[in-house]
Write a protein that binds this ligand. Structure first.
Ligand SMILES: [Zn+2]
Length: 315
């Protein structure tokens, strides 16, 4: 098996992993491909939290006639196979039991109960283990999960809207960008806004324009000087603390893996100054109202390109 073949099959495993985007959380997205002499004989991914892992689904997908080929095959997994008993038995044990001699791993799993133990278990059993094929892509895919488990705080996304010239005044969102924002919200465990935004906008922070599997994200605000009337914070988790570290530590304890900070500028600045953010998403719009004919306003919009630009600070 050449290195370029390893990349091809790992890319396929990454494609499969992404299929778990909607329901795998809080577990990571993982894909697995089993290859025998240039032919894929099994594929799987982690569909939903609590369900079988990618490796199990891949092994189960192998046709009866191909079962005997497992002893001469390679399994590609985007994330290190688990070594512990969770809701399902360890995948490293399954690979060993099936006699799969070669395991190619995208990246290590920082989760404390795995963290190299899966790789060690496979090596101790005599498997050839290759680690780090398309490592960057594999880590990027699960950047939220990775950050939560390695930094012991939620992955923090700062999000705001601005015009192309950088100004933030007036209505910038369009129905389309609003839908994208709701999609982003649907993938976050919690949404945070500051006191000023609560007072000015009375935001509901719910997911309405995107389908939601499971519960609405936790809604959070900070009220350091008790300025918020009670009716405004109904249904919100309110922090009265000064420090962002304390808030993030509490959210970590609550199991929130992804925090979306929606505003306003003062709050965003605090996160940036503290270096406590991983990603910035800027909602832009080319919507202009400077073209008018006989008093009719024509709106110009950018079409065919996502107006939600992502600037990743993740590494
Ligand atoms: Zn597993």
């Amino acid at each position: 098996m050449t290195a370029s073949e390893d990349i091809i099959y790992m890319r396929r495993a990454l494609q499969l992993a992404l299929c778990g985007e909607a329901a795998a959380a809080p577990n990571p997205m993982v894909g697995a491909v089993i290859v025998h002499k240039g032919r894929i004989i099994g594929e799987g991914y982690h569909r939903r939290c609590g369900g079988p892992h990618a490796e199990v689904n891949a092994v189960r997908s192998v046709a009866l006639a191909d079962q005997t080929l497992l002893g001469e095959s390679t399994i590609y997994v985007t994330l290190e196979p688990c070594a512990h008993w969770g809701k399902t038995p360890p995948c490293a044990d399954l690979i060993i039991e099936k006699g799969i001699p070669r395991v190619v791993v995208g990246c290590k799993d920082p989760f404390a109960k795995v963290d190299g133990l899966g790789i060690k278990k496979l090596q101790d059993a005599g498997c050839e283990v290759v680690v780090g094929v398309l490592e960057e892509e594999c880590r990027e895919l699960n950047r939220v999960f990775m950050t939560y488990h390695s930094k012991h705080r939620p992955f923090v996304t700062l999000k705001w809207a601005q015009r192309p010239d950088g100004s933030v005044n007036g209505q910038i969102s369009t129905p389309f960008t609003q839908m994208l924002v709701h999609r982003l919200r649907a993938r976050c465990g919690a949404i945070l806004v500051g006191t000023g935004t609560m007072l000015a906008d009375h935001p509901s922070l719910t997911v309405r324009d995107w389908s939601l599997r499971g519960e609405q994200p936790l809604r959070i605000t900070i009220d350091r000087h008790n300025r918020l009337p009670k009716e405004l914070t109904d249904g919100f988790l309110v922090y009265h603390t000064e420090t962002l570290e304390e808030i993030l530590a509490d959210l970590y304890q609550r199991g929130v893996q992804h925090l979306l900070v929606e505003g306003g500028p003062t709050l965003h600045r605090s996160f940036m100054e503290a270096g406590l953010y991983d990603e910035v998403r800027i909602e832009t719009s080319d919507k202009r109202s400077d073209h008018s004919i006989d008093g009719h306003t024509i709106e110009r919009r950018r079409i065919g390109q996502s107006p939600l630009r992502a600037l990743s600070e993740y590494e």
